[in-house]
Design a protein around this ligand. Structure first.
Ligand code: HEM
Length: 439
């Protein structure tokens, strides 16, 4: 089997579109693609059966890339250590706890809209992803620490962006995107890490001295530290992990959803009609989400086309086989939701934006790994429950109060990175369609 697989080296020097390039290789070579990358030989597995086999196999562990930022945090660790941490954190993400954050999500979104009200009135061009990042950062910080001052959000958002961009550049090497070695970028990354660490330390200290009832998820981490289960360093690693994993991803999901809506007037109008009908003149609450069914379908379809975390890279601890293909010890294995979500055996007209694919009757018999924006298996996203109240509440508020205008006809080339970045960003202008509730 191995001998029959062609080995290609994707030449991306003149190719701004690494994910498009992967799709091309899959189209030409089939569901298993083998190529040489800057990190060594990579096996890309595209079929949902193979994705399942990989994510459920503990022999395929994470690479060390995220460790330089996240230390031993949940998103960077693996094996027995990861298992202990996951057990410790899982209860904080129970549905009952997460639903309590609905109010924070709504208030933070209204805060952003109030800022826009001023800026929108002048027709100023905003960058949607940057706005969404600031919002989702504010939300995750509140989820972690309770109330957080705006100055800390503003200081942290730029630092987080520099960190994510640097890790993204390093991770794109797996697609042969040339890495630009720039000592200044490295310097910026290191000082951004300092900013991140100092704000996290300040907020942790404040949470410790404040009333226990006002703390968010950090409370359980501090308790574990006090009981000797975690060290102060481990607490830091988990907090930075939640901040890094828990804001840009959601911001990207929202930005792509808005970009797709602005290009599909029919879907946009149907969605606004649903939001207006369900909410009437009310501000949304978590209980409304079960009635906003089309909204959920739109979000799923956006994440099918543009999954915010588009790849998972794993390394074989010992020699193994997947679909009959031998993977040597240390060999790199890649699953890519961006390409599997376009698999023609599972998705008709895969490039078409069609939220109705996610009608319950059309989803029932779908392969579990034909759609996996939150991965699955051992490392399934711990924040999925939070995202599934956060993203729809924010989107419902945006659709209710503003109409966004985005320049049309831009060909967008998303970069896989650690989160599906878009070099050009998402420029928007906003127009208010309904007044905001009084403070
Ligand atoms: C739309 C938003 C999000 C998407 C698409 C997403 C997607 C993912 C994916 C694909 C993974 C697996 C990564 C891998 O193992 O290679 C993951 C893991 C993880 N995510 Fe998310 N995520 C999102 C939001 C969040 C939020 C809001 C949080 C924090 C509250 C979060 C925390 C984590 C953590 C801690 C892990 C590691 C889980 C483990 O290995 O046990 N994510 N996420």
């Amino acid at each position: 089997m191995l001998a029959s697989l062609p080995q290609t080296t994707p030449s991306l020097e003149a190719e701004p579109d690494p994910l498009g390039h992967l799709l091309k290789m899959i189209h030409e070579q089939g569901d298993i693609v083998r190529y040489h990358s800057g990190y060594g030989l990579v096996h890309l597995f595209n079929h949902p059966d193979h994705v399942q086999a990989i994510v459920q196999n503990a022999n395929f562990e994470r690479t060390a890339l995220m460790r330089m930022v996240l230390g031993d945090g949940l998103l960077a660790s693996d094996g027995r250590y990861w298992q202990q941490q996951r057990r410790l954190l899982q209860p904080s993400f129970h549905e009952k706890c997460i639903h309590g954050f609905g109010h924070v999500i709504v208030q933070s979104t209204l805060g952003m809209l109030r800022r826009w009200e001023k800026e929108g009135a002048t027709g100023e061009v905003l960058e949607l992803c940057a706005e969404a990042r600031r919002l989702t950062l504010e939300i995750i910080l509140s989820v972690l620490f309770g109330e957080v001052p705006q100055e800390d959000v503003v200081r942290m958002v730029d630092a987080a962006q520099v960190i994510m961009a640097h890790v993204g550049d390093l991770s794109d090497v797996v697609f042969n995107v040339p890495l630009i070695i720039d000592p200044q970028l490295r310097e910026r990354f290191l000082s951004a890490m300092e900013v991140m660490d100092s704000i996290v330390a300040e907020l942790t200290q404040k949470a410790e001295s404040g009333p226990r009832s006002a703390r968010g998820i950090v409370s359980s981490l501090l308790q574990a530290r006090d009981e000797g289960v975690l060290t102060a360093r481990q607490v830091r690693d988990e907090i930075v992990t939640m901040i890094i994993a828990g804001h840009e991803t959601t911001a990207i999901a929202l930005s792509w959803a808005m970009a797709l809506l602005s290009a599909h007037a029919d879907v946009y109008e149907r969605l606004v009609e649903e939001v207006d009908r369900v909410l009437d003149s009310r501000t949304p609450v978590v209980d409304d989400l079960s009635q906003l069914t089309y909204l959920r379908m739109v979000l799923d379809e956006s994440m099918r086309l543009y999954p915010p975390v588009s790849v998972a890279v794993r390394q074989a601890v010992k020699e193994d086989t997947v679909a009959g293909v031998r993977i040597p010890a240390g060999g790199l294995v890649l699953v890519c939701s961006f390409t599997t979500h376009r698999h023609p055996d599972f998705w008709r007209e895969p490039e078409r934006f069609d939220p109705e694919r996610f009608l319950p009757e059309r989803s029932r018999d779908r392969h579990r790994y034909a759609f996996f924006p939150f991965l699955g298996g051992r490392h399934q996203c711990i924040g999925q429950g939070l995202v599934m109240i956060e993203a729809p509440l924010i989107l419902a508020l945006l659709l209710k109060h503003v109409k966004m205008h985005m320049p049309s006809g831009i060909r967008r080339y998303p970069l896989p990175g650690t989160a599906l970045r878009l070099k050009e960003g998402f420029p928007i202008t906003v127009e208010f369609r309904k007044p905001l509730p009084a403070c």
